[in-house]
Structures are given as C-alpha cells and as structure tokens.
Ligand binder design. Structure first.
Ligand code: SF4
Length: 468
C-alpha cells in the first residue's frame, strides 16, 4: 500500500454475501453449500474428515493410502487419549510416489498391510483413500478383502479421496467404515439402561469424565465412539439402548444407521457448560423413565455445580462485558459455547461453523444476541474483518483460526481437537473459565497491534477484494 493510498475495509465476496448474516437484519441466510471459488475456506478435505473421526480407535491400524504429505497433514492432530493401546498415534502411509501413480499402488498397499498386521497385530485396520488413489483407481476394496482373508483381521476401506467433498463428506465415509464392525460382537450382559456416547473424542480425557457421570447415576456406557475407542466396543455397540450424539456433524450418520437397522433411538446432547452437561444427564435419565435414575442425576448435578460455582463466579466478575468470536467445526459446539460464554458474563459477537446445516443455524440464530454476526464456511479475511469491526477480546476456534487471532493481537482459546485440556463436563467448565480468563486478561495484549489496526482499519494490500 502506498502511504497516501486511502485505507479500505475488507469486503465480503458477493457470492458469499448470503452466508454472512447479522441478527436483527431481517435478511435471508444461506448455508450447507459448496465453498465459493476464490474464498480460502477454513474447511478441511474429505480425507481429513474421515481420519479425525476414526483416529481415536486406539487398537486399530490406521493406514493412509496416498502420498506421504496426506498422512503428515493430520498425524496425531487430536488430543484424544487412550487408556490402553497407543497404536492409533502412529502415522502409517503407503507413501505413493511417481512409480505407483503410473503403475498403480495396489501391490504396495497389500505388502504394507501384511507387514504392519504381522508386526503390530491390530484388532482391525482402516485404509484411507486419498485424492491420488481416487484418480489412479486402485481397487482398495479388493486389496482389503484379500488381506482380511489372509490375516483374519478386518481390513476396512475408508472411501475418502480428498476431492470427494468437504470434511463433512469424510465424516460420512468414516461412519460407513465404522459401521462395518457394528453388529459383529456379543451383546450379552449389557444393561437395559445403557448408552453409546457418540461424537465424544476423549480430548484431554473428557470421555472418562462423562462416562463416570453416567456410571454414577446407574447408566452403562457400552462404547464411546470414537474417543478411547476399541474395535470390540464398536462390534457390540448395537446392544446399547440409547445413542447420545454429541458431535452431530461427525456422528449423526452412524447414529441414524444404528437407529434404522438396530432400532436404537438417538438424542443430541452436549457436554460443554453446566447447563448442557446437566441436560445431557437428564436426557438419558428421562429416556429410561426410571425415577431413581433421575433422582441420582439431579443429585449429581447439584453436587457438581455447588463444587465449581464459587470459582466460576470469581471469573465472571473479571470477564463481565468482554466480547468473544467463535468459529468451530460443528454447530452443536457453537450453541454450547454461546451459553458457556454467557455464563461467564461474556457476549458472543461473531459465531460461525464450517459444517452447520439450516436447522443448526436456526438454533444458533435463536440463542445469539441481536447484532451478532453469523457466518457459514468463512475464510480468514472475513473472520479478521469481523474480529476487528466487533472489537473482539477473545477468539475461540481451532488450529487454523489461531494465527488469525494472534496476528490481530487478540486472545485465543483452542476449543478444537488439538487441545490437551478437558473442557467438557462440570469440571471442564472450570478449565474453560480459567483458559478464557488467562487468555483475555493477559497483560500481553497491551502491547499488541490491534488498537493501531483498528484506527487504521485494515491494510489495503490484504484487504482490497475489489482489485482484479
Ligand atoms: S486434499 Fe487430497 S492431497 Fe490434499 S490432504 Fe486431502 S487427500 Fe491428501
């Protein structure tokens, strides 16, 4: 930008205008569509979507059939903990190169699978297809069938070439793959009060905390899918009486398959914040209709809230009036975050998701305050624009949003799968409040350039979307 050039504000691309909405504007809102050309979407590829969903199945072998870059791109990116096997934390790849692109990668895949199964003795193997495999047309299914027969280990193809769609398409491919194991295990001895926790990935040990809540009130958790996941749990999860789906984007398809083919009802829940965690416990107790379960749930909620409320109140005092922006993968997390921030006295001024659908956004619009900007499938420029315009004090997102916040001199809180701290459940709310307070109230922001940036509006060099 030349010194005398006037500063311009970032514009939203015309083709994206309907995916950006302000509460109270009365305008129509559009979502759930392909990313606009020219907009650098925050969405990941289909392969990444499938990998992050299945990755926490700890005693399975996960092999990425493709160039090494695909495997590195999402190696060990979830903070999912395992109470046993750590096999999932390895990143195996067939490392396809020029030779296989020309002559095919089937032989390499077969040899890799045989060697890895012999060495690691996994309970099952997931084979992820990447873009290049979709292009050269390797028959991954046939190789999986052949190796399964030779080794007696289920080798399951995951149909996830990156170009197949968005991260959401990958979620679907992961659900289809996981479903191949369902129904193959013994369900005897499962309690009539039993659940599967679906879309719970045991980040920082969250699944263990939630499992303990349910066990305290007398409900058996048959499988957490996929946090601290085990192949044998998946095989018998069709024996549970109820599916509780937390991350709706990633797991609704699997829950629907279980409902259609095994008659297991599904309910959407969330474990972020006091309100939602309590409601998730009541939802299960109410479903089973046993007054004793409900009594125990109420007692647990009372005890847990009493334990953490004084500390939360102290944080609330310090955080009151601060403004937050959030951009997350799924919509359910966004609802919970708006409520959790409100409980801390903070206001959400920008909320968005990568994969929300119309129903999700309707709910998000309802719970947000007037004036809140809601964005679907956003990009770094738009997010930067609203973070500055709305004078945000805290940005909540994942690894791709972190640099946006830090470059603008805004506090950041990781609420995605890369984090190591448990933020779910009652105790998690305290960790969340602590994280938020430490980030927002840090003295470092006094030295950040965001105030100057606000004064200058935004550098035309990165901002001038009107330029050809
Ligand atoms: S887009 Fe294709 S090449 Fe890129 S990481 Fe995804 S699967 Fe690999």
């Amino acid at each position: 930008m030349k010194a005398d050039e006037p500063t311009k504000v970032i514009q939203v691309l015309d083709d994206r205008a309907a995916q950006v909405w302000t509460k109270g504007s009365g305008e129509a809102f559009v979502c759930d569509r392909k990313s606009t050309a020219g907009s650098v979407t925050q969405r990941a590829c289909a392969f990444c979507g499938s990998r992050v969903v299945l990755y926490p199945i700890a005693d399975a072998l996960h092999i990425v059939h493709g160039p090494i870059g695909c495997a590195v791109y999402n190696w060990d990116i979830r903070g999912s903990l395992s109470s046993g096997s750590q096999l999932h934390r390895n990143s195996f790849s067939t490392d396809l190169a020029e030779k296989e692109v020309i002559f095919g990668g089937e032989k390499k895949l077969e040899a890799s699978l045989l060697e890895l199964i012999e060495y690691y003795k996994p309970k099952a193997a997931f084979v992820y297809s990447t873009c290049i495999v979709g292009l050269i047309g390797d028959d991954v299914q046939a190789i999986c069938r052949k190796v399964s027969k030779k080794t007696n280990i289920d080798c399951i193809p995951v149909d996830s070439p990156g170009f197949k769609g968005t991260k959401k398409t990958g979620y679907q491919a992961a659900c289809e793959a996981a479903y191949k194991l369902v129904g193959t295990g013994d369900t005897s001895g499962i309690s009539k009060y039993s659940i599967n926790l679906m879309g719970e990935f045991n980040i920082g040990g969250e699944a263990w905390m939630i499992r303990e809540y349910y066990e305290r009130i007398g409900i058996e958790v048959v499988a957490t899918i996929t946090g601290d996941g085990r192949v044998d749990d998946l095989r018998r999860c069709h024996g549970a009486a109820l599916n509780l789906v937390q991350c709706s984007g990633s797991m609704t398809h699997l829950a629907q398959l279980l409902e259609e083919e095994h008659g297991i009802p599904l309910k959407r829940v969330s474990f972020f914040g006091f309100e939602d965690t309590a409601q998730a416990l009541y939802t299960a107790a109410e479903h089973f209709g046993d007054p004793e379960l409900m009594c125990k749930a109420e007692e647990l909620v009372r005890d847990e809230i009493a334990k953490y409320t004084p500390k939360i109140k102290a944080y609330r005092k310090e955080l009151k009036g601060k403004k937050a922006a959030l951009y997350v993968g799924g919509a359910f997390k966004a609802f919970s975050l708006v409520l959790a921030l409100r409980a801390l006295g903070m206001k959400t001024v920008l909320a968005g998701t990568q994969t929300g659908n119309a129903e999700d956004y309707k709910q998000l619009q309802d719970i947000c305050d007037p004036g809140t900007v809601i964005v679907d499938d956003s990009n770094p420029l738009e997010l930067a624009k609203f973070v500055l315009e709305k004078e945000v004090d805290l940005f909540i997102g994942g690894v791709k949003e972190r640099p946006i916040a830090f470059k603008l001199g805004v506090a950041f809180c990781d609420h995605n799968h890369e984090r190591k701290i448990p933020l779910a459940g009652f105790e998690g709310m305290l960790h969340f409040a602590d994280e938020v307070a430490k980030s927002v109230l840090s003295p470092i922001w006094k030295f950040a350039p965001r105030h100057e940036l606000r004064a200058l509006k935004i550098n035309t060099q990165i901002a001038d979307t009107e330029s050809p």
